[in-house]
Design a protein around this ligand. Structure first.
Ligand SMILES: N[C@@H](CCC(=O)N[C@@H](CS)C(=O)NCC(=O)O)C(=O)O
Length: 186
């Protein structure tokens, strides 16, 4: 099994965490923009090859990895909702970064302003969620952890006022797989 990605992508990080948690042996292939454009129809990372199987999105990869270990992926509608909220915030935040790199800021684009406001409302909703876990975080909780750690790493939105989120992240920081998949110093 080969996972293609970067050490800085939060989507890739979540997949690496799941592979480590479930002790699924895999090779990691560092993949840049031009390689992802050439090798995946989404032109994004992660993507994963497992024999004849090919997955082009972290959610499909996670589902595959959990299934291989006889574990469920997003077991309840509530977990799916939490995962979707975190995923929307993450996808939106990355979109804003990439547009800003091209000079398209909220001052120039009403849609970028809407995207930024979407991140805030998603964080508010996430902060009202339940972050209790025993043993291992769920995939929805892992996605939230990857989102928050990415925001810190890339110096993006400030979530310091969201106590539930901060408390949860502090607890997750102690887990070996989260520490081992931390992005390299910027
Ligand atoms: N929905 C995708 C999102 C993946 C994604 O946005 N990856 C970013 C890196 S963090 C990427 O490759 N972006 C390149 C681009 O947008 O062209 C997933 O869950 O795998």
């Amino acid at each position: 099994m080969k996972l293609y990605g970067s050490y800085t992508s939060p989507f890739v990080r979540h997949c690496r965490i799941a592979l480590m948690e479930n002790q699924v042996p895999f090779e990691f292939e560092p993949t840049d923009y031009s390689q992802s454009a050439a090798n995946s129809p989404t032109k994004r990372v992660p993507f994963l090859r497992d024999g004849e199987l090919f997955f082009t999105d972290s959610s499909a990869i996670l589902h595959h990895v959990r299934s291989k270990a006889d574990k469920s992926f997003l077991a309840t509608p509530g977990e799916t909702e939490l995962y979707a909220l975190a995923n929307t915030a993450l996808d939106t935040a990355i979109n804003v970064v990439l547009l800003e790199k091209d000079g398209i800021t909220e001052e120039r684009s009403a849609y970028v302003a809407r995207q930024k406001s979407r991140i805030t409302t998603c964080l508010e909703a996430l902060n009202r969620s339940d972050f209790g876990f025993e043993g291992r975080p769920s995939d929805a909780q892992w996605r939230v952890a990857c989102l928050l750690a990415w925001a810190t790493y890339r110096n993006r939105f400030d979530y310091g006022r969201y106590n539930e989120l901060c408390g949860f992240l502090a607890r997750v920081q102690g887990i070996a797989e989260f520490q081992e998949t931390a992005p390299p110093p910027a």
